[in-house]
Design a protein around this ligand. Structure first.
Ligand code: XIL
Length: 299
């Protein structure tokens, strides 16, 4: 195959990218994105601050720009993200207790209703665990509403759009030996045992010198899949874009039947939130990097 999306499709998977609405007028950007990828995640446009800037007043202008571009170009869409401590609008940042809990539920219902039946996977909850060795939940206004906020989010999401796969998404959970990975594993195992509706786990996979790729990532993916959830690589970027590491990550997904696909977090290095790490598959001028070829050959 000659594109990432077509190559991934040979094994029933997708190869996606994050899309920024502000770049959709850049034809160099859209020509690569439309050619190579068959799944799209809005980089910021479906987040809480973008979609509910005032309480109860939803705005899908930028989100729909990304969604419509994706559908018009034949791509599936991952929804990102409904409940998160970060990129909350000011009104939500100031809430607490049952008021915040109700706001979270209202937000999930409002956004999922707008996209009902249209989103393949939703990142319902993002980044709820703490880094480091504690294995604890991250402190946040949402966490302070009570430890059950995550399962309430998933139950709300299931009722709002029964067709969407509901994912928990996090970073620094790729290395099987990390406490954060084990904490997330225990939560997913508990949810499956108690019938909390969760369908997938997203591994952001922002690899860098501080949190490097480890070959036990495959064990991690296999272990979560064995709990009865799908897995996905949702925001892949690798500091320095080592072709070997990109190929290894690709092979890890391919080795796990329940790995749905891979999303890279941007198109060209210049589009990356970590552009100083040159972590993506395309150069600033749009040419394919060695990592691109490594991924394509692995698929
Ligand atoms: C990042 C975007 O890429 C940036 O443009 C934005 O300024 C901050 O958020 N984990 C996530 C993503 O789940 O939503 C983040 O995206 C990167 C880390």
């Amino acid at each position: 195959e000659t594109t990432l999306g077509a190559a991934a499709a040979q094994s029933g998977r997708y190869f996606g990218t994050a899309i920024a609405s502000g770049r959709l007028g850049d034809s160099a950007y859209t020509s690569i994105a439309s050619r190579e990828f068959n799944s799209v995640t809005a980089e910021n446009e479906m987040k809480i601050d973008a979609t509910e800037p005032q309480r109860g007043q939803f705005n899908f202008t930028a989100a729909d720009r990304v969604y419509n571009w994706a559908v018009q170009n034949g791509k599936q869409v991952r929804g990102h993200t409904l409940a998160w401590h970060s990129q909350q609008p000011g009104w939500m940042q100031g809430l607490s207790g049952s008021n915040l809990r109700q706001a979270m539920i209202g937000h999930i219902n409002g956004v999922m209703a707008h996209y009902k039946g249209k989103i393949r996977q939703w990142d319902v909850v993002n980044e709820a665990f703490e880094d480091g060795s504690s294995g604890a939940r991250r402190d946040s206004n949402l966490q302070r509403t009570g430890n059950d906020w995550i399962e309430v989010a998933f139950r709300t999401a299931r009722a709002a759009d029964p067709a969407a796969k509901l994912c928990y998404n996090d970073y620094n959970v790729e290395d099987w030996n990390w406490a954060k990975t084990q904490a997330m594993y225990r939560m997913v195992r508990d949810f499956k045992q108690r019938g909390v509706p969760i369908d997938c786990v997203g591994f952001q996979s922002h690899f860098n010198n501080g949190s490097p790729y480890n070959s036990n990532f495959r064990t991690t993916l296999q272990s979560f899949a064995a709990l009865g959830v799908d897995v996905a690589i949702t925001e892949l970027d690798i500091q320095g874009a080592s072709p070997t590491t990109y190929a290894a990550v690709t092979n890890d997904c391919l080795a796990v039947p329940r790995c749905l696909g891979i999303t890279v977090w941007g198109v060209r290095d210049s589009d990356s939130w970590r552009r100083e790490h040159t972590p993506l598959l395309f150069n600033d001028n749009g040419s394919k990097k060695p990592a691109y070829t490594a991924v394509l050959n692995a698929l």
